[in-house]
Design a protein. Structure first.
Length: 202
């Protein structure tokens, strides 16, 4: 299964492309809400505020890109306006639950500490994914001459990955070992998401 081929098939079909943009917007919005939900009541730094604001912007920006496609499509996040809606809606929560379980076992964390550690590792995995997926999508957009662009998102996601790396380094000395495992969990989820998405568009 080749991600680029899947994205080419999507971009070549106006309705599928609209649903894809809407699906990415949904994911970004879910990510933004997750970041805000993991905030401490008082101890909120600039990086967390910036990160939540930018993920919200991505959700809005992707929704706005729909104006560039014909048909006035995908006004809401209902299932028939998303690709692989079940996977799309469960992905982030399922990843969060799996990572929380892992962190509980290995760091014996609870309450806010656990929430914050999960924010670090889950967001890290998502930023790695974003840094892989958006550039492939942009290449497909450019090659097809589409008016849609995600260049501004790519720039900000690169910044996020950098910020998550810095935070992880201060969280634990052997963060890399744990991050690798979290990446593995995310990869499995991403592949089943892509598989179901591919089935839907075939
Ligand atoms: Fe984002
Ligand atoms: Fe991000």
């Amino acid at each position: 299964m080749n991600i680029k081929t899947i994205l080419e098939n999507i971009v070549n079909d106006n309705i599928l492309h609209a649903k894809w943009l809407n699906t990415l917007s949904y994911m970004e919005n879910a990510g933004a809400k997750k970041i805000s939900a993991s905030e401490h009541k008082e101890n909120v730094n600039l990086i967390i505020l910036k990160h939540a604001a930018e993920e919200h912007r991505h959700a809005y920006y992707l929704k706005k890109q729909l104006d560039k496609l014909d048909g006035d499509l995908c006004k809401t996040y209902t299932n028939n306006e998303l690709l692989a809606p079940n996977d799309t809606k469960f992905y982030l929560n399922a990843l969060d639950v799996a990572v929380c379980r892992y962190l509980k076992q290995h760091f014996n964390l609870h309450g806010y500490e656990l929430k914050f550690a999960a924010y670090l590792f889950v967001t890290y995995a998502i930023e790695v994914r974003a840094d892989e997926l958006y550039p492939v999508y942009q290449d497909v957009l450019t090659a097809s001459g589409s008016k849609v662009t995600v260049k501004s998102i790519i720039l900000e996601e690169e910044g996020h990955l950098e910020e998550m790396l810095n935070q992880l380094k201060t969280f634990s000395e052997d963060w890399e070992k744990h991050a690798e495992l979290v990446i593995k969990i995310e990869q499995d989820m991403f592949h089943s998401w892509m598989q179901n998405l591919n089935k839907q568009i075939a």
